[in-house]
Each structure stands twice: as C-alpha cells, then as structure tokens.
Design a protein around this ligand. Structure first.
Ligand SMILES: Cc1cc2nc3c(=O)[nH]c(=O)nc-3n(C[C@H](O)[C@H](O)[C@H](O)COP(=O)(O)O)c2cc1C
Length: 195
C-alpha cells in the first residue's frame, strides 16, 4: 500500500548509517567511475534525483525529511562542511522540509570521540545555521530536559527519540513532560507550514 494511503504524515529518505544512498555520498565508499561517482557533484547526484522522484509521489502539502549521516567520523570521509553544502543544495530544490542529522555508518574505521547524551545535536545545529533549513537532532537524547534544551535554544527544530522512548514504553513525552506531547505535532505542523 502506498505510504500516503496508509496514513503516514511524514516521509523520510534514508541517507544515513551506511545504507545505499549514504554510501554514494562518501568518498570512502563510492569509487564509481560513472556519472554517480568521483567528485562531490557526482556523488550527490543519485540523492538529488531520488528526492525529486519521491517528491513527485509524496503529496506537496506533507513534509519530506532527508536523514543524513553528517560525518563519517573518518579523515577524508564526509565531513560536516560537505553536509552543510549538500543541505544547501537540498534546501534550494524546495523539495525537502527537514534534514534529520545523524552520523556514521560508512566505515569500520570510524572514530566517534564521545558517545555522550546529545552528541549529534551540534550537527543539527550546524546544518540548521549553515543551510537555513529545518533540522532534527537524534541519537542519545536521553531526557526530556535535554530535548527541551535543544529545541528551546533553536539548535534544532525537532528532536527525534528512539531508545529513550522504548525504555518508557512509548510514553516518553506524555509521561515525562506531563502531557506535553503537543510540541512535537505542533513543530511538525510548523515544518509543514513552511511549504
Ligand atoms: C533497535 C534499533 C534498531 C535500529 N535499526 C536501525 C537500522 O536498521 N537502520 C538505521 O539506519 N538506524 C537504525 N536505528 C537507529 C534509529 O533509526 C535512530 O537513529 C536512533 O535509534 C535514534 O537514537 P536514540 O535511540 O539514541 O534516540 C535503530 C535503533 C534501534 C534502537
């Protein structure tokens, strides 16, 4: 069944964590000699084509996210500067509403200096400021207070939570924020309203 008919309100093009589209972006992995490999311009080509194709199918009034690994955490790999440049390109297409800012997954030699709570939030902040597009922070956002700090200080437009939510059986926001589940839908609506 098409995602829209199934009732989804947001679609994400997954370009992170070493999955196929992510590997096209990284000079560590993409050694192609055709129009989809080589310099940065060629390495981003498949993603730009994919986003345009998805936008053709996904309703214009609904938000489309792109999830990126903002750094490979490897010298010579994708760095935050590359990601900001790519995010500017994606923003300029008018087809993407938000960049979901994760990291890593392309190389076994990746060296993540510290896995502290919110360790990827600076990437969401850098992309938001550098490319002037909405971003979400994700990864080890472990408390509602940390999530609130990231959003209140405009370091990201959204915070996406995985494991923290599992630990509290899907009640992370309603329980921990005393019924303040509203901000997420409110902010999603704000992202959508930019369209
Ligand atoms: C059980 C589990 C499985 C996951 N599987 C994938 C996966 O297959 N591919 C992927 O890109 N990310 C995967 N993720 C990462 C999530 O998409 C998300 O980025 C992450 O859970 C957010 O960080 P947090 O859990 O610290 O909040 C997985 C996360 C969990 C907890």
């Amino acid at each position: 069944m098409p995602p829209r008919r199934a009732g989804f309100q947001v679609a994400t093009v997954h370009v992170a964590h070493g999955h196929l589209l992510n590997s096209f972006l990284s000079p560590l992995i993409n050694h192609r000699g055709d129009a989809y490999g080589g310099d940065a311009e060629r390495r981003v080509r498949l993603l730009l084509e994919m986003v345009a194709a998805v936008r053709q199918e996904w309703p214009d009034e609904l938000p489309l996210f792109v999830q990126l690994s903002c750094t490979d955490w490897v010298p010579g790999g994708v760095a935050i500067e590359d990601t900001v440049a790519l995010a500017r390109r994606l923003a300029a297409t008018g087809q993407v509403d938000l960049i979901d800012c994760s990291t890593a997954g392309n190389s076994p030699t990746q060296d993540i200096p510290s896995l502290h709570p919110g360790y990827q939030a600076p990437f969401a902040e850098a992309v938001r400021r550098g490319a002037r597009i909405a971003t979400s922070a994700v990864g080890l956002i472990t408390t509602p207070e940390l999530a609130a700090e990231v959003v209140a200080n405009e370091r990201a437009d959204l915070v996406l939570v995985g494991r923290g939510d599992y630990r509290r059986a899907g009640r992370w926001f309603p329980v921990s924020c005393s019924g303040r589940a509203g901000p997420l839908t409110h902010r999603l609506a704000r992202v959508a309203a930019r369209r």
